[in-house]
Write a protein that binds this ligand. Structure first.
Ligand code: EPZ
Length: 417
């Protein structure tokens, strides 16, 4: 069992290069099934979710060539059906994207019910609503989701809940439907736009991605293409928060500043100096910082994926901070671990009240999910003494070479088996 050991109290200094966005990559890889041709996907992060998805594509019959550490060449011509079983994808949420892609190409797909981080109930009713609106029959038996359609006919679909996954999945399913599909109340996250750009590069006709109304004109066939994944704004935001948490001076490179506006605004409100330098953000902080209120919202609001790392920063900011998690009802599992490190926090339902303390103390803690793991890394960087973090496999799902990157920034961090 791998563990992370951090000696806290070191200011982070230097430059960190941000990789491609996990949540875009985990949709784009299944989307290559639509091409039935060769796609080259660049700027992929080296994370376990990407490795698992490329294994699944291989198991389905795709031929995959690793062009370089961040580039895969994927030919899905020889895939003729799609069954993603438990062994392949039990820990992976994004396996459900194979449903939309295979339904569009084969009019049939079977995928195990999605796994992923335990941050709430995470239903998939909106995915199912979209598939059924297009004419598919959906069944869930023995933990397997089966979708099948004689024909897929374009439809008007109103999403009851703004859902990134459902928006992307239904968008993929509609690419080769007959006629026009309109998705109303669609998610507007940057990775929804990135996936739409990739689908259009393969020949689909999608307009409006990034707004709450997406229009998809069905096409007969798709083809292979080359696409570079957008930078990971959640990875970038995590390093910005870590820089602020250690009173450091860090250049976060390879970002799209616009995608980080909510995080930048909140950190500035705390007294962190952030300047935009091309496709980099320069973060300079000195303690003490001022506490703030955080409310997670769909894009362009404050991202739920940074609520946990941000909570760690608030534990040592002056005053009281109120954290309201409006997206996932179970996303405060990191709080108990932070309290073991001396944080003064209280959770009532979807709200956590944080009273800033002088400092945190190193302790043995365990990650419960990917971003809780990131929160514990930030807390370990802040804490006096040694912090030992268990369940590091969660962190490796979404952060490419996090220890090396933090070591390069001056953190005293190492991995032990
Ligand atoms: C994606 O999850 C991301 N995961 C999550 O990142 C991210 O937190 C989330 O979007 C929100 O931005 C991937 O992209 C693989 P949603 P997803 O559907 O698609 C409810 C990380 O840390 N909902 O936008 O599952 C749902 O319960 C991960 O990188 C329904 O009710 O999120 C939630 O309350 C964690 N019915 C809200 O919508 C549905 O059919 C938003 O969920 C679908 C969702």
């Amino acid at each position: 069992m791998e563990k992370l050991i951090i000696q806290g109290g070191k200011k982070l200094k230097g430059k960190v290069d941000i990789n491609g966005f996990k949540n875009a990559a985990v949709a784009i890889l299944p989307a290559t099934v639509l091409a039935g041709d060769t796609c080259v996907i660049e700027n992929l992060p080296c994370i376990s979710d990407v490795n698992i998805l490329s294994q699944i594509l291989g198991n389905l019959g795709a031929t995959i060539e690793k062009r370089d550490v961040n580039t895969l060449q994927i030919n899905t011509k020889s895939i003729d059906s799609c069954f993603v079983d438990y062994e392949m994808a039990k820990d992976l949420r994004a396996s459900y994207y194979f449903l939309g892609a295979a339904l569009a190409r084969f009019k049939k797909a079977r995928v195990i019910y999605p796994g992923g981080c335990h941050i709430g109930s995470r239903p998939i009713d909106q995915h199912i609503k979209g598939f059924e609106a297009l004419g598919a029959q959906v069944e869930i038996e023995h933990g397997i989701i089966s979708v099948e359609a004689e024909r897929l006919i374009g439809a008007e679909i109103y999403m009851d809940v703004v859902s990134v996954g459902a928006t992307i999945n239904v968008m993929m399913a509609a690419t080769m439907a007959e006629g026009v599909t309109i998705i109303e109340n669609a998610a507007k996250e940057p990775h929804v736009v990135d996936v739409a750009n990739f689908l259009n590069c393969m020949g689909s006709k999608i307009r409006g991605a990034g707004t709450d109304t997406i229009k998809i004109q069905g096409v007969d066939k798709m083809k292979g293409c080359q696409h570079a994944v957008i930078p990971d704004q959640i990875e970038a935001g995590t390093y910005m928060i870590a820089a602020a948490a250690t009173g450091g001076d860090v250049i976060v490179n390879n970002v799209i500043p616009k995608h980080l506006e909510a995080v930048t605004a909140k950190l500035r409100e705390m007294g962190v100096k952030i300047t935009e330098e091309g496709d980099a953000l320069h973060v300079v902080a000195s303690h003490p910082l001022k506490n703030v209120n955080i409310k997670t919202l769909v894009y362009p609001g404050f991202p739920t994926d940074l609520q946990q790392p941000m909570s760690s920063l608030l534990t040592v900011a002056k005053g009281t901070g109120i954290v309201t998690e409006t997206i996932f009802e179970g996303r405060f599992k990191h709080v108990d671990e932070l309290k073991r490190m001396g944080a003064n926090m209280k959770v009532e339902g979807r709200v956590a009240v944080v009273e800033g303390v002088e400092g945190l103390m190193g302790a043995k803690v365990a990650a419960s999910d990917l971003r809780a793991g990131a929160a514990l890394v930030v807390a370990g960087l802040i804490a006096e003494g040694e912090t030992e973090i268990e369940n590091v496999h969660y962190i490796k799902r979404g952060y490419d070479r996090i220890y090396e990157k933090l070591q390069n920034l001056g953190a005293e961090i190492r991995k032990i088996d």
